[in-house]
Design a protein around this ligand. Structure first.
Ligand SMILES: [Zn+2]
Length: 309
Protein backbone atom coordinates (compact mmCIF):
# COMPACT_ATOMS: atom_id res chain seq x y z
CA UNK A 1 0.00 0.00 0.00
CA UNK A 2 2.93 2.22 0.75
CA UNK A 3 3.72 2.55 -2.89
CA UNK A 4 0.40 4.25 -3.33
CA UNK A 5 1.68 7.24 -1.39
CA UNK A 6 5.29 7.17 -2.29
CA UNK A 7 4.88 8.63 -5.71
CA UNK A 8 7.78 10.23 -7.51
CA UNK A 9 6.11 13.53 -7.06
CA UNK A 10 5.94 13.21 -3.29
CA UNK A 11 9.56 12.09 -3.08
CA UNK A 12 10.55 15.11 -5.07
CA UNK A 13 12.36 13.10 -7.71
CA UNK A 14 10.19 13.84 -10.71
CA UNK A 15 11.98 17.02 -11.65
CA UNK A 16 15.47 15.72 -11.12
CA UNK A 17 15.11 12.34 -12.79
CA UNK A 18 17.19 12.55 -15.93
CA UNK A 19 15.70 11.40 -19.15
CA UNK A 20 17.54 8.34 -20.35
CA UNK A 21 17.50 9.35 -23.97
CA UNK A 22 17.35 13.05 -24.46
CA UNK A 23 14.75 13.69 -27.19
CA UNK A 24 16.29 14.99 -30.36
CA UNK A 25 14.83 18.03 -32.03
CA UNK A 26 13.84 16.03 -35.12
CA UNK A 27 13.77 12.31 -35.69
CA UNK A 28 16.55 11.23 -38.00
CA UNK A 29 14.49 9.37 -40.58
CA UNK A 30 16.12 8.84 -43.96
CA UNK A 31 15.13 11.80 -46.14
CA UNK A 32 13.26 11.12 -49.36
CA UNK A 33 15.18 12.37 -52.35
CA UNK A 34 13.57 15.48 -53.80
CA UNK A 35 11.88 15.05 -57.15
CA UNK A 36 14.10 16.07 -59.97
CA UNK A 37 17.39 15.45 -58.18
CA UNK A 38 17.51 11.68 -58.56
CA UNK A 39 20.14 10.50 -60.95
CA UNK A 40 18.13 8.23 -63.20
CA UNK A 41 19.43 7.28 -66.62
CA UNK A 42 16.90 9.53 -68.30
CA UNK A 43 18.18 12.52 -66.33
CA UNK A 44 21.73 11.88 -67.43
CA UNK A 45 20.82 12.64 -71.05
CA UNK A 46 21.47 16.33 -71.60
CA UNK A 47 18.40 18.25 -72.70
CA UNK A 48 18.11 19.41 -76.30
CA UNK A 49 20.03 16.51 -77.78
CA UNK A 50 17.18 14.09 -78.38
CA UNK A 51 13.67 14.47 -79.70
CA UNK A 52 10.86 11.98 -79.27
CA UNK A 53 8.86 11.29 -82.42
CA UNK A 54 5.16 11.94 -81.65
CA UNK A 55 4.10 9.23 -84.13
CA UNK A 56 6.37 6.26 -83.41
CA UNK A 57 7.85 7.39 -80.02
CA UNK A 58 11.42 6.76 -81.20
CA UNK A 59 14.07 8.90 -79.52
CA UNK A 60 15.99 10.56 -82.33
CA UNK A 61 19.39 12.19 -81.99
CA UNK A 62 18.83 15.88 -82.87
CA UNK A 63 21.83 16.03 -85.16
CA UNK A 64 20.49 13.08 -87.17
CA UNK A 65 17.05 14.70 -87.27
CA UNK A 66 18.56 17.93 -88.61
CA UNK A 67 20.56 16.07 -91.23
CA UNK A 68 17.37 14.29 -92.30
CA UNK A 69 15.56 17.64 -92.82
CA UNK A 70 13.55 17.15 -89.59
CA UNK A 71 11.91 13.95 -90.82
CA UNK A 72 11.74 10.91 -88.47
CA UNK A 73 14.22 8.31 -89.69
CA UNK A 74 11.96 5.46 -88.63
CA UNK A 75 8.39 6.41 -89.58
CA UNK A 76 8.79 9.47 -91.80
CA UNK A 77 6.96 11.86 -89.48
CA UNK A 78 7.55 15.44 -90.68
CA UNK A 79 8.54 17.72 -87.79
CA UNK A 80 8.10 21.47 -88.21
CA UNK A 81 11.06 23.07 -89.98
CA UNK A 82 12.13 26.72 -89.88
CA UNK A 83 11.98 28.91 -92.97
CA UNK A 84 15.76 29.35 -93.22
CA UNK A 85 16.44 25.61 -92.91
CA UNK A 86 13.87 24.94 -95.57
CA UNK A 87 15.34 27.51 -97.95
CA UNK A 88 18.76 25.97 -97.34
CA UNK A 89 17.35 22.55 -98.28
CA UNK A 90 15.86 23.78 -101.57
CA UNK A 91 17.98 26.46 -103.21
CA UNK A 92 21.40 26.35 -104.84
CA UNK A 93 24.19 27.42 -102.49
CA UNK A 94 24.61 31.20 -102.18
CA UNK A 95 21.88 31.85 -104.76
CA UNK A 96 19.27 33.29 -102.38
CA UNK A 97 18.92 37.08 -102.56
CA UNK A 98 16.55 38.01 -99.77
CA UNK A 99 13.98 40.76 -100.35
CA UNK A 100 12.63 43.18 -97.74
CA UNK A 101 14.67 41.52 -95.01
CA UNK A 102 14.05 44.38 -92.57
CA UNK A 103 10.33 44.89 -93.06
CA UNK A 104 8.74 44.62 -89.60
CA UNK A 105 5.17 44.69 -88.28
CA UNK A 106 3.76 47.76 -86.54
CA UNK A 107 1.11 47.71 -83.83
CA UNK A 108 -1.44 49.78 -85.76
CA UNK A 109 -4.39 49.02 -83.52
CA UNK A 110 -2.60 49.42 -80.17
CA UNK A 111 -3.70 45.85 -79.45
CA UNK A 112 -3.92 44.92 -75.79
CA UNK A 113 -5.00 41.44 -74.72
CA UNK A 114 -3.41 39.04 -72.27
CA UNK A 115 -0.20 40.37 -73.83
CA UNK A 116 0.26 43.37 -76.07
CA UNK A 117 1.03 42.88 -79.77
CA UNK A 118 4.27 44.81 -79.29
CA UNK A 119 5.49 42.46 -76.56
CA UNK A 120 4.52 39.41 -78.64
CA UNK A 121 6.42 40.72 -81.65
CA UNK A 122 9.47 41.43 -79.54
CA UNK A 123 9.41 37.97 -77.94
CA UNK A 124 9.09 36.17 -81.29
CA UNK A 125 11.77 38.29 -82.93
CA UNK A 126 14.10 37.24 -80.15
CA UNK A 127 13.17 33.54 -80.13
CA UNK A 128 13.23 33.06 -83.91
CA UNK A 129 15.69 35.81 -84.99
CA UNK A 130 13.18 36.52 -87.77
CA UNK A 131 11.49 39.86 -88.44
CA UNK A 132 8.15 38.27 -89.35
CA UNK A 133 6.49 35.01 -90.41
CA UNK A 134 7.74 34.87 -94.01
CA UNK A 135 11.12 35.02 -95.75
CA UNK A 136 11.09 35.98 -99.44
CA UNK A 137 13.70 36.25 -102.14
CA UNK A 138 14.90 35.43 -105.62
CA UNK A 139 16.94 32.26 -105.93
CA UNK A 140 17.90 29.35 -108.11
CA UNK A 141 16.38 25.90 -107.71
CA UNK A 142 18.28 23.57 -109.99
CA UNK A 143 18.69 25.50 -113.26
CA UNK A 144 15.56 27.64 -112.64
CA UNK A 145 15.51 31.18 -111.33
CA UNK A 146 12.41 31.54 -109.15
CA UNK A 147 10.72 33.93 -106.73
CA UNK A 148 10.48 31.97 -103.48
CA UNK A 149 8.50 32.74 -100.33
CA UNK A 150 8.73 30.48 -97.27
CA UNK A 151 6.53 30.89 -94.22
CA UNK A 152 7.62 30.06 -90.68
CA UNK A 153 5.14 28.64 -88.16
CA UNK A 154 7.57 29.48 -85.35
CA UNK A 155 6.77 33.19 -85.70
CA UNK A 156 3.33 33.82 -84.17
CA UNK A 157 1.90 30.61 -85.66
CA UNK A 158 2.82 31.70 -89.18
CA UNK A 159 -0.02 34.18 -89.01
CA UNK A 160 -0.56 36.54 -91.93
CA UNK A 161 -0.33 40.19 -90.97
CA UNK A 162 0.44 43.24 -93.11
CA UNK A 163 4.13 42.33 -93.40
CA UNK A 164 3.51 38.76 -94.58
CA UNK A 165 0.98 40.04 -97.13
CA UNK A 166 3.19 42.90 -98.31
CA UNK A 167 6.35 40.79 -98.59
CA UNK A 168 4.55 38.10 -100.58
CA UNK A 169 2.85 40.69 -102.82
CA UNK A 170 6.20 42.34 -103.60
CA UNK A 171 7.68 38.90 -104.29
CA UNK A 172 4.89 38.00 -106.71
CA UNK A 173 5.16 41.42 -108.42
CA UNK A 174 8.91 40.96 -108.76
CA UNK A 175 8.19 37.54 -110.28
CA UNK A 176 5.76 39.10 -112.74
CA UNK A 177 8.25 41.84 -113.75
CA UNK A 178 11.13 39.38 -114.10
CA UNK A 179 8.93 36.74 -115.73
CA UNK A 180 9.83 34.24 -113.01
CA UNK A 181 7.85 31.32 -111.63
CA UNK A 182 6.64 31.93 -108.06
CA UNK A 183 6.83 29.27 -105.36
CA UNK A 184 5.25 29.86 -101.94
CA UNK A 185 5.67 27.32 -99.17
CA UNK A 186 2.88 27.91 -96.68
CA UNK A 187 2.33 27.06 -93.06
CA UNK A 188 -0.08 29.23 -91.16
CA UNK A 189 -2.77 29.43 -88.54
CA UNK A 190 -4.45 32.13 -90.66
CA UNK A 191 -4.87 35.88 -90.49
CA UNK A 192 -3.19 37.72 -87.59
CA UNK A 193 -5.88 38.81 -85.14
CA UNK A 194 -3.62 41.52 -83.68
CA UNK A 195 -4.00 43.47 -86.91
CA UNK A 196 -7.75 42.97 -87.39
CA UNK A 197 -8.98 44.11 -90.81
CA UNK A 198 -5.45 44.91 -91.97
CA UNK A 199 -4.57 41.22 -91.92
CA UNK A 200 -7.77 40.21 -93.73
CA UNK A 201 -6.99 42.70 -96.52
CA UNK A 202 -3.81 40.74 -97.28
CA UNK A 203 -5.95 37.91 -98.67
CA UNK A 204 -7.26 40.15 -101.44
CA UNK A 205 -3.90 41.84 -102.04
CA UNK A 206 -1.89 38.64 -102.49
CA UNK A 207 -4.64 37.06 -104.62
CA UNK A 208 -4.75 40.10 -106.90
CA UNK A 209 -0.97 40.04 -107.35
CA UNK A 210 -1.20 36.36 -108.29
CA UNK A 211 -3.96 37.13 -110.78
CA UNK A 212 -1.65 39.61 -112.59
CA UNK A 213 1.12 37.01 -112.48
CA UNK A 214 -1.21 34.40 -114.01
CA UNK A 215 -2.37 36.90 -116.64
CA UNK A 216 1.22 37.00 -117.90
CA UNK A 217 0.99 33.20 -118.22
CA UNK A 218 3.62 32.65 -115.54
CA UNK A 219 3.50 29.57 -113.30
CA UNK A 220 2.84 29.59 -109.56
CA UNK A 221 3.50 26.50 -107.43
CA UNK A 222 1.97 26.37 -103.97
CA UNK A 223 3.37 23.99 -101.35
CA UNK A 224 1.23 23.30 -98.28
CA UNK A 225 2.94 22.12 -95.11
CA UNK A 226 1.60 21.23 -91.68
CA UNK A 227 -0.58 23.12 -90.81
CA UNK A 228 -1.97 25.40 -93.50
CA UNK A 229 -5.33 26.82 -92.50
CA UNK A 230 -7.79 29.70 -92.51
CA UNK A 231 -6.99 33.00 -94.27
CA UNK A 232 -3.85 31.72 -95.97
CA UNK A 233 -5.68 28.62 -97.21
CA UNK A 234 -8.53 30.86 -98.41
CA UNK A 235 -6.15 33.02 -100.47
CA UNK A 236 -2.75 32.39 -102.06
CA UNK A 237 -2.19 28.83 -100.74
CA UNK A 238 -4.97 27.39 -102.92
CA UNK A 239 -4.32 29.49 -106.03
CA UNK A 240 -1.39 27.47 -107.35
CA UNK A 241 -1.26 26.13 -110.88
CA UNK A 242 0.11 23.13 -109.07
CA UNK A 243 -0.66 22.54 -105.40
CA UNK A 244 1.69 20.21 -103.56
CA UNK A 245 1.60 19.11 -99.93
CA UNK A 246 3.84 17.38 -97.44
CA UNK A 247 2.64 13.98 -96.15
CA UNK A 248 0.02 14.02 -93.36
CA UNK A 249 -0.10 17.83 -93.32
CA UNK A 250 -3.25 19.26 -91.73
CA UNK A 251 -4.88 21.45 -94.35
CA UNK A 252 -8.22 23.19 -94.07
CA UNK A 253 -10.14 26.39 -93.53
CA UNK A 254 -11.93 26.12 -90.17
CA UNK A 255 -10.94 23.54 -87.54
CA UNK A 256 -12.69 20.13 -87.53
CA UNK A 257 -14.61 20.85 -84.31
CA UNK A 258 -16.13 24.03 -85.73
CA UNK A 259 -17.17 22.19 -88.90
CA UNK A 260 -18.64 19.32 -86.91
CA UNK A 261 -20.66 21.71 -84.73
CA UNK A 262 -21.90 23.69 -87.73
CA UNK A 263 -22.81 20.80 -90.03
CA UNK A 264 -23.94 18.48 -87.21
CA UNK A 265 -22.43 15.62 -89.22
CA UNK A 266 -19.77 13.02 -88.49
CA UNK A 267 -16.56 13.91 -90.29
CA UNK A 268 -15.01 11.24 -92.52
CA UNK A 269 -11.78 9.58 -91.34
CA UNK A 270 -8.62 11.42 -92.34
CA UNK A 271 -10.59 14.65 -92.81
CA UNK A 272 -8.37 17.72 -93.51
CA UNK A 273 -5.21 15.72 -94.15
CA UNK A 274 -3.11 16.07 -97.28
CA UNK A 275 -3.98 12.47 -98.27
CA UNK A 276 -7.74 13.11 -97.97
CA UNK A 277 -7.46 16.28 -100.07
CA UNK A 278 -5.42 14.47 -102.72
CA UNK A 279 -8.18 11.86 -103.02
CA UNK A 280 -10.78 14.64 -103.35
CA UNK A 281 -8.86 16.59 -105.96
CA UNK A 282 -7.91 19.74 -104.06
CA UNK A 283 -4.18 19.09 -104.21
CA UNK A 284 -2.16 17.60 -107.05
CA UNK A 285 0.59 15.65 -105.32
CA UNK A 286 2.02 14.71 -101.95
CA UNK A 287 5.75 15.19 -101.87
CA UNK A 288 7.94 14.06 -98.96
CA UNK A 289 10.30 16.80 -97.74
CA UNK A 290 13.41 14.96 -98.82
CA UNK A 291 12.16 14.72 -102.41
CA UNK A 292 10.81 18.28 -102.54
CA UNK A 293 13.75 19.92 -104.33
CA UNK A 294 14.01 17.23 -106.98
CA UNK A 295 10.25 17.29 -107.61
CA UNK A 296 10.08 21.09 -107.76
CA UNK A 297 12.83 21.07 -110.41
CA UNK A 298 10.89 18.44 -112.35
CA UNK A 299 7.64 20.45 -112.18
CA UNK A 300 9.46 23.68 -113.09
CA UNK A 301 10.77 21.90 -116.20
CA UNK A 302 7.17 21.11 -117.21
CA UNK A 303 5.66 24.50 -116.49
CA UNK A 304 8.42 26.56 -118.09
CA UNK A 305 9.22 24.25 -120.99
CA UNK A 306 7.34 26.28 -123.61
CA UNK A 307 9.17 29.48 -122.65
CA UNK A 308 12.64 27.96 -122.87
CA UNK A 309 12.03 26.66 -126.38
ZN1 LIG B 1 8.73 8.45 -86.03
Amino acid sequence: MATKFLTKEKMGVEQVEPALTPPLERPTLPQKPKLGTSKSRKRDIPEGLWTKCPTCSTMIFDKELDENLKVCLKCGHHFPIGSRERIHSLVETCSFEEMDANMASVDVLGFKGVATYKSKLEAYRKSTTLKDAVVTGICKIGPHRVALGVMDFGFLGGSMGSVVGEKLTRLIERGTEGRLPVIIISTSGGARMYEGMFSLMQMAKTSAALAYHAQQRLPYLSVLTHPTTAGVMASYATLGDLILAEPKAMIGFAGPRVIKDTTQAELPPGFQTAEFLLDHGLIDAIVPRKEMKERLIEYLHYVTAGKKD
